[in-house]
Design a binder for this molecule. Structure first.
Ligand SMILES: *Cc1c(COP(=O)(O)O)cnc(C)c1O
Length: 357
């Protein structure tokens, strides 16, 4: 037998891991610095680590109350009803739940190009057809309503990433409002705020009091440092929030993830330290790298280096793993995640040497 025709489905290309690179280079993982996957350089919140340890003896239970408790804590944070919080296995899981809730076979979606690969993968799994809007270098990768609306043809879902990965730019709240207003009533605008903690300005959550066609995605993978646990959520408008019960994977979020997420939410110090360090690193990289660095509102910067693959390979040989952006269709660029102060300085020093040679 055969699976269904998956020929137009693409594979997700993740940034390389430390162990993987260490093995390839024959070096010790502790000598390497990984700035390729927008992870938290300080690791998880220590409070989340304690919660993980404490929840271990209870994992023979299905995660029911842990799920409810975390949902309530997140709902309180955003001042919405608990029904409006859809917990999911990572932000990626949130994308799946929204596609399940919205797409009929053959419906079309509109995704950014360049952009996050999983939008399109998820839409295809759910029998959707993918159209793209281009974010172009000629306008300095501007994220305006026209960027999206010029390509809009009545798609069922429009994906906005704000701050955008890997470009670093963001849509203003006004731009999101304009896009939602200009698209059909039956078009859902998903605002992916995976990097929202690192941005200045308001979350698109503020628009949910007036509109029923916007959903806001958030994750614990970036600022909260819980990427390995797979925890994310969507804030959805109340009129259709009850669809969650019909589309979610039962117990899709583990009890350990729920407990760790709740502890992380309460650890303001960890998030603040992370965000401050990221802001410092963004500015440092912009001022010190001897190549054009785009302004970023995320925990990374995009740098124009000429031959991204060659530069990423040379950096890797020097022990610093960064992201080659050719899989995003940006072969002249690399993306560097904000590290600790010393990691960021090391990355800049090595990059400037590579660029010079
Ligand atoms: C990291 C990321 C996500 C979510 O990642 P998860 O680990 O699945 O939570 C979503 N969108 C973008 C643009 C991202 O970079």
């Amino acid at each position: 037998m055969e699976p269904r025709d998956l020929s137009d489905h693409t594979e997700y290309v993740a940034g390389q891991g430390i162990e993987e690179v260490a093995r390839e280079l024959g070096r010790d993982p502790s000598e390497l610095v990984k700035l390729a996957s927008n992870e938290n350089p300080f690791g998880p919140s220590p409070k989340a680590v304690d919660a993980i340890r404490e929840s271990a003896p209870g994992v023979h239970h299905y995660p029911k109350s842990a799920h409810t408790d975390l949902t309530e804590a997140i709902a309180a944070k955003w001042a919405v009803d608990s029904s409006q919080i859809w917990l999911s296995p990572g932000g990626d899981g949130a994308l799946d739940y929204l596609a399940r809730a919205m797409l009929e076979p053959g419906d079309t979606v509109l995704v950014p190009d360049p952009g996050f690969a999983y939008y399109e993968m998820s839409a295809r799994f759910h029998h959707g057809t993918v159209n793209r809007y281009s974010i172009v270098e000629a306008t300095d990768f501007a994220l305006t309503p026209e960027t999206v609306l010029d390509s809009y043809q009545g798609e069922r879902i429009v994906y906005l990433t704000s701050p955008h990965n890997p470009l670093g730019g963001q849509f203003t709240i006004e731009a999101v409002r304009e896009i939602a207003a200009a698209t059909d009533d039956e078009t859902l605008v998903i605002v992916d705020e995976a990097y929202g903690e690192f941005a200045e300005g308001e979350s698109a959550r503020t628009l949910l009091d007036q509109r029923t066609d916007i959903a806001v995605l958030r994750t614990f993978s970036k600022a909260y440092g819980l990427a390995g646990l797979r925890l994310g959520y969507t804030i959805v408008p109340s009129p259709w929030a009850d669809a969650y019960a019909r589309v979610n994977t039962p117990f899709g979020v583990s009890s350990i993830a729920c407990m760790a997420g709740q502890a992380a939410l309460e650890d303001d110090e960890h998030v603040e330290r992370t965000v401050e360090t990221v802001k410092w690193a963004r500015e440092y990289m912009r001022s010190e790298i001897e190549a054009p660095v785009h302004e970023s509102h995320g925990n990374f910067v995009m740098v124009e280096v000429g031959d991204g693959t060659a530069v990423a390979d040379a950096m890797r040989d020097r022990g610093v793993i960064i992201r080659d952006l050719s899989s995003f269709g940006l072969p002249a660029h690399v993306r560097i995640t904000a590290g600790t102060n010393s990691e960021t300085k090391q990355a800049v020093r090595e990059l400037n040497e590579v660029l010079e040679s």
